[in-house]
Write a protein that binds this ligand. Structure first.
Ligand code: AGP
Length: 615
């Protein structure tokens, strides 16, 4: 998944574009590039492999003048990360430059057609095919840049958010999107475009979220024009007020975004809960449920679809919904669901869970669920993202922009919303009593303070991390609500420290994985004082008796475990269904500090991007 930025206005475009790219680097950072059009009719392109700082070094030796430009930071999908494959890509004549986030699925066919007409290609990318196609259409039809872009997009199959400029016209910037996101910032005599709103903050708070299949023609001194790619008919222009602040973006004094986001979970969960539990704690109010009561009353099955950490939240959601709503729940990886020919109908509810709201597999799963007649509900963090706009209804988790590639506050936000959702639907269907709601809702309202308390284990976990910095493998074990917590703890460790880690249901050990246990295979075992505690004690003993080191996550005051496990980390006691919210905090910290000890780039781990908008 890549990031694109564009500018047309009265200021120098280069600095604005570079700062914008830096705010988008979490979307992908294999390579970066910029194309600038100046008043002398020059189109200057600078690009380089690696991070934006490499691009700045490259561009410093070149011409960076111009009031119009486009820029790109890349997460490779076609062609390896290198200078040649870096965007912007330029047409054969050198007249047109383009940046692209997405995939052109029929690029091979188009490339053959263009090659047959004498076009040659420098890169392995699908994007270069698109800019050459635009040039081919412009030359053969003698039309404007915008007309050529639209005609080219009618021939394209796949996903795109693009920005296009032309050497001879410093007063025009053309953008369009399908499936990949694109936001337009409307300034005073200047216009910004970006993959999300973060590069725009500080310049304007007026934004337009371009819809699928829309193209915007930005011309200096003229009103913005937005048309349908398919029909060429004008689209309604809906200018919204941006509510993100720069402060939300800064690291807030922490070394990394990830650490900031771990420590801001008490506040982000206050935002997530705000206005959703009545003052007497006896009712949950979720507008998405209130407005679709019939759907939730007649639902006969719920299917949760998600990827990665969001899929772990879905596993917890399954237990919550079954416990409080007595509705059968299935959980599917979105990538498996979309190709699994799911059998769905009008009594089915499909819930998509996604932090970014741009994950391609999850978006595709939603489309299939809708085609099959299911009611689709979204749990998402990014307001105005593609997934919330594709679902029938939903609930935002409101935890603010999550910049660290490894998800932390979004996970706890998703689990919190799923808890609210289960209580809201349970109260609607009468499968949960007001007393049960009061018990859970009271504890849920206190969760921000409970996590504040839990975060006090920070120094203890940082010290513990030094013991395991050079481990090569880890097992994470949990039961019931905390089997998904174990999976999430393992994912955190592997994705930022690059140490192999696996999560298992603790009781599953004796069916094979226990063969792995020896002094070189430490285990983290989540063992709160819940209904399964007595069962998990024996799992801890099984691991210890085979020489495995055990880090146990236990409820505060449980001193018995000190006699069995090698290390115990105490967490506050909460109702069983809320233990993942608390137990996940030391697991986030453990993964974080081990990765820092190993000198890893915690915010931008290798090979990863914050949102996977391609298959
Ligand atoms: C989690 O730490 C990862 N960054 C990744 O698994 C992520 O959860 C997954 O790609 C899904 O992203 P989404 O929630 O934005 O859809």
């Amino acid at each position: 998944m890549c990031g694109i930025v564009g500018y047309l206005g009265s200021n120098g475009a280069y600095e604005i574009l570079i700062q914008g790219l830096k705010r988008l680097e979490y979307r992908g950072y294999d390579s970066a590039g910029v194309a600038l059009v100046n008043a002398d009719g020059c189109l200057n392109v600078h690009k380089s492999q690696g991070k934006v700082s490499n691009l700045e070094q490259t561009a410093a030796a070149g011409d960076t003048t111009g009031h119009t430009g486009i820029a790109h930071t890349r997460w490779a999908t076609h062609g390896e990360p290198n200078d040649i494959n870096a965007h912007p890509h330029v047409s054969q004549s050198g007249d047109i430059a383009l940046v692209h986030n997405g995939t052109i699925e029929n690029y091979a066919v188009l490339k053959k057609l263009l090659s047959d007409h004498g076009f040659t290609f420098k890169s392995e990318t699908d994007t270069e095919v698109l800019v050459q196609l635009i040039e081919y259409i412009k030359l053969t039809s003698n039309c404007t840049l915008a007309e050529a872009v639209r005609e080219a997009l009618l021939q394209v199959e796949g996903a795109y958010a693009i920005a296009v400029v032309e050497r001879n016209d410093p007063d025009t910037l053309v953008v369009a999107r399908k499936s990949s996101p694109l936001v337009i910032g409307v300034g005073d005599g200047e216009t910004f475009i970006a993959s999300d709103a973060t590069p725009i903050i500080g310049y304007t708070d007026k934004v337009i979220y371009l819809e699928n299949d829309e193209m915007a023609i930005i011309k200096r001194g003229e009103p913005l024009s937005i048309v349908s790619v398919n029909s060429n008919q004008p689209s309604k222009i809906d200018v919204q007020k941006l509510r993100l602040s720069l402060a939300q973006l800064e690291k807030g004094g922490y070394d990394t975004f990830m650490l900031k986001e771990i420590f801001e979970q008490p506040n982000t969960l206050r935002d997530c809960l705000r206005g959703r539990i009545t003052s007497d704690n006896r009712r949950v109010v979720l507008s998405g449920v209130e407005l679709n009561k019939e759907k939730f009353l007649e639902a006969e099955r719920i299917t949760l679809v998600a990827c990665g950490t969001s899929w772990h939240a879905a596993l917890i959601g399954k237990r919550l919904i079954q416990d409080f709503c007595q509705i059968p729940v299935e959980v599917e990886y979105a990538s498996e669901f979309r190709y699994g020919n799911p059998v769905l109908g009008p009594k089915d509810i499909v819930i998509s869970i996604s932090q970014s709201g741009e994950t391609a597999d999850t978006l595709a799963a939603i489309e299939i669920a809708k085609e099959k007649g299911a009611f689709v509900y979204g749990v998402c963090n990014v307001v105005g993202a593609s997934i919330p706009r594709a679902t029938d209804s939903g609930t935002y988790i409101h935890v603010g922009p999550e910049i660290g590639v490894a998800s932390t506050k979004a996970f706890t936000g998703q689990v919190t919303v799923l808890t609210l959702f289960a209580l809201a639907v349970g109260q609607l269907r009468g499968t949960v009593s007001p007393e049960q709601i009061e018990e859970i809702a009271t504890a849920l309202k206190a969760i921000p303070a409970t996590i504040e308390e839990t975060l006090k284990v920070d120094a203890e976990v940082q010290k513990l991390s030094r013991i395991f910095t050079y481990a090569h493998n880890f097992l994470y074990l949990g039961r019931g609500y905390n089997y998904p917590t174990a999976l999430e703890g393992a994912l955190k460790l592997k994705e930022i420290s690059y140490i192999h880690a696996e999560g298992y249901p603790a009781a599953e050990m004796k069916h094979g994985p226990i063969a792995l246990i020896d002094h070189e295979m430490p285990s983290v075992i989540i063992a709160p004082s819940d209904s399964l505690y007595d069962k998990i004690i024996s799992n801890v003993q099984q691991v210890k008796s085979r020489g495995g080191a055990v880090v146990a996550i236990v409820s505060k005051g449980n001193t018995a475990m000190n006699d069995i496990a090698d290390f115990c980390i105490e967490i506050p006691e909460v109702p069983e269904c809320l233990t993942p919210l608390v137990a996940s905090i030391p697991l986030q910290l453990l993964a974080y500090y081990i990765a820092v000890n190993k000198g890893k780039d915690v915010d931008q781990p290798r090979n990863l991007a914050k949102s996977v908008t391609v298959e």
